[in-house]
Design a protein around this ligand. Sequence first.
Ligand SMILES: *Cc1c(COP(=O)(O)O)cnc(C)c1O
Length: 460
Amino acid sequence: MDVQDHSRGSQSVEISKVAQKRQIVTELPGPRSSELMVRRHAAVPRGVGGTLPVFAERAAGGVVVDVDGNSFIDLGAGIAVLNVGSSAELVAAAIAEQAARFTHTCFQVTPYESYVELAERLNLLVPGNVERRTFFVNSGAEAVENAVKIARSATGRQAVVAFDHAFHGRTLLAMSLTSKAMPYKESFGPLAPEIYRLPFSYPYRCAVGASPEACGPACAEAAITAMDRQIGGERIAALVIEPVLGEGGVVIPGAGFLPALAEYCAANGIVFVADEVQAGFARTGRWFASEHSGIIPDIVTTAKGLGGGLPIGGVTARADIVDRIHPGGLGSTFGGNPVSCAAALASIAEVERGGLVEAAQRIGEVLEQRLRPLVDEVAAVGDVRVIGGMAAVELVSDRARKTPDPAAVTKVLARCHSEGVIMLKAGTFDNVVRILPPLVIGEDLLSEGVEILEKALRSL
Ligand SMILES: *Cc1c(COP(=O)(O)O)cnc(C)c1O
């Protein structure tokens, strides 16, 4: 795709000139952000969380600039959304162009080509040489909800299997599939019925006590026994799983775990749903994280990175499963909005043009090289996990017992934020520092951000 064709107007060119540097010029929060925080607290419920007390003014590449002129290195990417950066040239231009033509018709009322084209792209990108269909919704949670609806309808079964440490969203069914009580489920019940939770392979904390090397097969065996003996394989509509846990703390399952589950699902007519909302779309150094273990999911859910910053969720399903749903059974007023579809197509073009799948692999190499030694050098670092542009440092107060240390994470993040590096927390025990840079981040900026993290960890 020719860049020039798409960069109309001066706006996107302006934004792409955000200097790629870290610079803190006021106290944090600065005066303008402080004013806005007061208004925020008066106008927005406190239930809506907040990581940093600064307000964004503009952002590009690996930098977010706040309203007081402070520049932060972005190692959060808006929670794994900004894989192509937050004002990527092709994306900004495609949005402007589509917005000038039309912003909405509702695909179910008057369809438009970009929706179909995006469906075609995803049908080919998702792993496995299988006939696929894709439709679009507004968010990750909605994609997961629809995957379960499809699986129940197609199988005529009700039970749904989810896993320890899983995060699938905040709507009723997605929240019910999510593992962590606080803050996601606390006080929000009753939850959706017919959900069964099984162990996820977490080599550092194997649920069945196996060694890190044996955790994959051991947890798969435990999960399969539970499906077989407690739930009944013939009662299970879907198994919903993140190929790499995101909110759960960037947990990479042990080798053999996912293939064994996929095999059990295939043998028992269970729809295998890979929730790739966070790990998908080039984040882990593959288009989809499922590729790392060679599995071919029946349904893949996408959202976060898909829209290049605009809201869109995708459900990509095997045609023979999803086409059993009656006409009108699936849809959404805004789902696959034309502006979001244009942004998503441009975002795919940016991944291809920028070689961002490979960029994620290189980010992973840098992070691995820098973070791995900390396991031996810093007592509080219990585990380091890296898979492409997705990394975690798990902190413990007692190495032998692996006692989670959430207070240390709070300290480390506060230090990083005050020095101008955006980083996120994760994990069931709130004891994981999570690193999710935009895949377009420069290596200097990445190194500088990681150096600040290292310093914060060493000073614990
Ligand atoms: C973020 C996330 C969701 C929910 O996505 P929303 O767009 O916030 O609804 C679902 N699954 C996974 C794996 C996620 O990381």
